[in-house]
Structures are given as structure tokens and as C-alpha cells.
Design a protein around this ligand. Structure first.
Ligand SMILES: Cc1cc2nc3c(=O)[nH]c(=O)nc-3n(C[C@@H](O)[C@@H](O)[C@H](O)COP(=O)(O)OP(=O)(O)OC[C@H]3O[C@@H](n4cnc5c(N)ncnc54)[C@H](O)[C@@H]3O)c2cc1C
Length: 294
């Protein structure tokens, strides 16, 4: 019989007033402190004892400036506390970084989107996290800070397994950095889930691509919920890059993307169904971006 623990266990609540204070508070407490952003993953996990009960919970919401979304000529910067809703509703993100906006607005419910953050979504690192394929297709990086200094990690090197990342215990993700996209580039995020909302992705596919004179100049394909981590499909991308994206080539690339996947069989979908859907959805996304031109 499964036992559900509903009470929040006791822990010490830390509420730093600045980034310096936050970094000082988590330094030296390795293994005993958990960072709290929106809490939409963390609080249920702690209540259900899916994660060890932390001795300390550090609430980042008291750190000023972390909720900013900044547009600049080099691209976009999303602060660690920017909510899913704020990112989804941002008109510039919608216009220039469409897969991210589409992913955000397909997540959860308005209540969860107003509370949860994009940074928390990728730090939680479940393979089905909707923002992950979108950010991978956009070539995003994350900034990790600790008392030892700051480092930038490309998102395709960030995830190490289901619910694990390269973040060290004294580090905090402070910023998601999305580079400016090529002029004329187009992008899409497609999510397959049995229910329209409040449901995790069975398969998620994000594509960002640019055409020049009928030739695919650049493309990034990213997949969610079909491997232990969100992944890119580099061989499928290489098939398209420098070539005319005919329906036949798009079909070949979609079949190739399938070879990158290693999905699980679970109550939400079988492995075979997920594989079929990777092919169908990658083909659909590529066709939408490139139009299947001859
Ligand atoms: C009802 C419901 C429906 C949902 N539906 C979807 C869905 O459709 N698609 C989807 O992708 N997700 C869905 N989610 C999960 C989604 O809400 C979360 O993944 C959310 O984005 C996490 O952000 P948060 O700010 O709440 O993170 P928190 O819960 O505060 O933190 C999550 C984890 O990340 C760590 N963390 C957070 N921020 C940082 C940081 N800056 N640096 C280092 N570590 C950090 C925390 O310590 C914790 O381990 C759903 C959740 C609920 C409750």
C-alpha cells in the first residue's frame, strides 16, 4: 500500500535579502538546504517525501531583481524568478522565441503558471519539462552562481539524468540566457498530452530553423519525455542543414530523430506509442517551419 504524507515536515526557513546573503547561506550547508522558487514542484515533493526532508529551505523570492525578463540586442535574459506566465505572456518572446512562449502557455494551469518559474522547471529536470525542449531548440545557456564565482553552462550540457543536473549544492541558477535568433528564423513547440491542460507531455518536440534561398541554413530539433533527459537530435539536424527541406528529407530527418530516443513504458504511454509520436510530431514541426518545399 502506498502511503501519502500530506503534512509539511519541519525545516528552517531562510529568507535572504540579497544574492550575496543567499550564496553565503547555502555555502557550507551541502546536502541539507533546498532552494524554493515557486514551490510547485518542491512543496509536493517534500510533502510526499519524494526528496529527503531538507534541514533548511531557502526562499529565493526575497532576493531582489531575480524576476526580470530583459531583452537586448544579444537576445534574452530570464531571471530565476520569472514566472511561467510572465514568460508566456511576453510579446517579444512570443514574436522572437516562439517555442518558449508556446511551451509556457501549454503548461499546467493559470494558477501554477503564475506561481511556478521557468528556471524551476529546468532545475527540477524531469524529462517531460515543457520549457526544456523549447530552450534547447533556442540554444539557451544558464548562469550558475556560488560564492566561488559564476559559470555559464549550455543547456545541452545541463541535464545529467532524470531529476539531476550539473548544479552543485552551493550553486544557484540565476539567469537563463537565450541568444538572439537568426533573422527570419521560425520556431514551434508541439506538446502531446491526453488532456488539453494540467497534463504532462507524453512527447514534446521543439524546432527552430532558418531558410535561405530555399535551403535550410540552420535548424535545432529538441525532444522531451522520450529519454532520461530532454535531448537534441543532432544527426537529424545535420541531415537538414545545407539542404532543401523537401517532404522526403523532412521524413528522413523525423525518422532519424526517432533513433535518438529511448523512451520509457509507463501508465501514460507505451514506449512504442512514444516512438511513433516522435516521428509524427517531428515531421509535423519541421513541415510547419520549412513548409516541405521542393
Ligand atoms: C498541477 C501541476 C501541473 C503541472 N503541469 C506541468 C506541465 O504541464 N508541464 C511542465 O513542464 N510542468 C508542469 N508542472 C510542474 C511545474 O509547475 C514546475 O516544474 C515549475 O516550473 C517549477 O518551478 P517552481 O518555481 O515552482 O520550482 P520549485 O518547486 O520552487 O523548485 C523546483 C526544483 O528546482 C530547484 N530550483 C528552483 N529554482 C532554482 C534555482 N534558481 N537554482 C537552483 N535550483 C532551483 C528547487 O530546489 C527544486 O528542487 C506542473 C505542476 C503542478 C503542480
Amino acid at each position: 500500500m502506498k502511503t501519502f504524507y500530506r503534512r509539511l515536515p519541519k525545516f528552517e526557513y531562510l529568507r535572504p535579502g540579497s544574492m550575496e546573503e543567499a550564496l553565503a547561506l547555502i555555502s557550507g550547508k551541502e546536502g541539507s538546504v533546498k532552494l524554493l522558487a515557486g514551490g510547485t514542484d518542491l512543496i509536493p515533493q517534500v510533502k510526499k517525501r519524494e526528496v529527503p526532508v531538507p534541514a533548511f529551505v531557502l526562499d529565493m523570492k526575497s532576493i531582489p531583481g531575480l524576476g526580470n525578463i530583459t531583452h537586448h540586442h544579444n537576445g534574452l535574459s530570464i531571471g530565476a524568478l520569472a514566472t511561467i506566465q510572465a514568460v508566456g505572456a511576453d510579446p517579444v518572446i512570443n514574436e522572437r522565441f516562439a517555442p518558449l512562449s508556446q511551451a509556457a502557455l501549454q503548461m499546467a494551469s493559470p494558477q501554477v503558471r503564475n506561481r511556478g518559474t521557468i528556471a524551476g522547471n529546468i532545475c527540477n529536470a524531469v524529462p517531460s519539462a515543457d520549457s526544456a525542449p523549447a530552450l534547447l531548440a533556442l540554444g539557451a545557456e544558464v548562469k550558475l552562481e556560488s560564492r566561488r564565482g559564476a559559470r555559464r553552462v549550455p543547456l545541452d550540457q545541463f541535464f545529467t539524468g532524470p531529476r539531476t543536473t550539473v548544479i552543485k549544492e552551493d550553486e544557484l541558477l540565476t539567469e537563463i540566457i537565450v541568444p538572439a535568433q537568426e533573422p527570419g528564423s521560425r520556431g514551434v513547440y508541439l506538446k502531446l498530452s491526453p488532456r488539453h491542460s494540467m497534463d504532462l507531455a507524453v512527447v514534446g518536440v521543439a524546432v527552430m530553423g532558418t531558410m535561405e534561398n530555399g535551403i535550410c541554413k540552420e535548424v535545432k530539433i529538441a525532444l522531451g519525455a522520450v529519454a532520461p533527459t530532454p535531448i537534441r537530435a543532432p544527426m537529424a539536424e545535420a541531415l537538414l542543414r545545407g539542404n532543401r527541406p523537401t517532404p522526403e528529407l523532412i521524413d528522413e530527418a523525423a525518422r532519424n530523430a526517432l533513433t535518438q530516443c529511448n523512451p520509457i513504458d509507463d501508465h501514460r504511454a507505451s514506449r512504442e506509442y512514444r516512438c511513433d509520436m516522435v516521428y509524427a510530431m517531428t515531421r509535423r514541426a519541421l513541415t510547419r517551419i520549412f513548409g516541405g518545399t521542393r
